[in-house]
Write a protein of this length. Structure first.
Length: 306
């Protein structure tokens, strides 16, 4: 059961009239996994999620959830799925508490001690009417209802927009808890640090196409480490070394430098630098942010990873 495929999206296409919103989206999510779905606003994340939820029909390709067709079997699928959109609209005259109970009831679930615990944790005043809530508080209502629900798949589409850092942290802890219980999570976000902390696998979407999927480790080969170094003698040949970029010597003797280096060339570059006797060395590992920027503003317009 461990590696059971929960979500399988293959070659997904979606057009609205002449506008091609999705051209080639491939995603796979297994049991007990958190999949980060990242890309800038307008890249096609929400459209993909709407197809997965069976709210719109694909124009090509396929999307299955629990092995069922996302469009044809959406009613059956929804019984085992919780979803939080990036902008939550609520019934204006109900209170927060009534709304949480209503959302749970609609999912065939009930208000439990866990619900009360979440209300307390997110510090939500449930007695207020929905129309008086800020965006962040509306978001909290949807999150409390989702985390109170016991299902196999949780889909979060930009879920922390409007939340303060403390509530964001609670969100991250709750997702980690879901994972520990073998639940599957699809998290769409453009906040890279959020995805980096929480996800096992990352899929990057650009202009309606998933251009890279893998674990953060497996993508590190596409990123660069930042190196700050001081040596006893001049660093000869560093300017010609393969994989070295943005080299900046900080003194005329060429014994202090900063540069970036492709992750897969670090060994060779370090061998070269050792000849100059390293006095001080600091390397900063690449982040998802670096990877992302390389995809979107790749050197001289060439596409990375192709």
């Amino acid at each position: 059961m461990e590696n059971q495929l929960i979500l399988d999206v293959q070659g997904l296409k979606k057009s609205f009239g002449k506008v091609q919103a999705l051209t080639d989206v491939n995603l796979q999510l297994h049991r007990g996994e958190v999949l980060g779905f990242i890309g800038p606003n307008g890249a096609g994340k929400s459209t993909t999620i709407r197809v997965i939820l069976g709210l719109i029909k694909e124009s090509g390709g396929s999307a299955t959830v629990f092995g069922e067709d996302a469009w044809k079997d959406s009613v059956k699928i929804h019984k085992n799925l919780a979803y939080v959109p990036g902008d939550v609209y609520l019934w204006p005259n109900l209170t927060g508490g009534q709304t949480i109970d209503m959302l749970l009831h609609m999912s065939g679930q009930t208000h439990t001690a866990k619900t009360d615990e979440l209300i307390k944790e997110f510090k939500l005043d449930t007695s207020k009417k929905n129309r008086t809530y800020s965006k962040g508080n509306r978001q909290k209502i949807a999150l409390i209802a989702a985390f109170s629900t016991d299902v196999d798949l949780y889909i979060f589409d930009e879920p922390t927009s409007g939340l303060d850092p403390l509530n964001e942290l609670i969100f991250q802890q709750r997702v980690a808890e879901l994972k520990d219980h073998g639940k599957s999570v699809l998290l769409s976000s453009h906040i890279l640090s959020e995805v980096e902390k929480m996800c096992d696998t990352i899929a990057i979407i650009r202009e309606g196409k998933v251009i890279e999927t893998g674990s953060l480790e497996s993508m590190q080969h596409l990123t660069r480490n930042v190196v700050a170094i001081t040596t006893a003698s001049p660093m000869d040949g560093l300017d010609k070394a393969k994989g070295v970029h943005q080299l900046n010597f900080k003194n005329d003797q060429h014994t202090i430098a900063e540069f970036t280096v492709d992750s897969d060339e670090i060994g060779a570059v370090m061998d070269l630098l050792t000849k100059s006797s390293i006095v001080q060395l600091k390397t900063t590992p690449p982040t998802l942010e670096d990877l992302f920027l390389r995809y979107y503003h790749s050197d001289a317009g060439q596409k990375v990873g192709e």
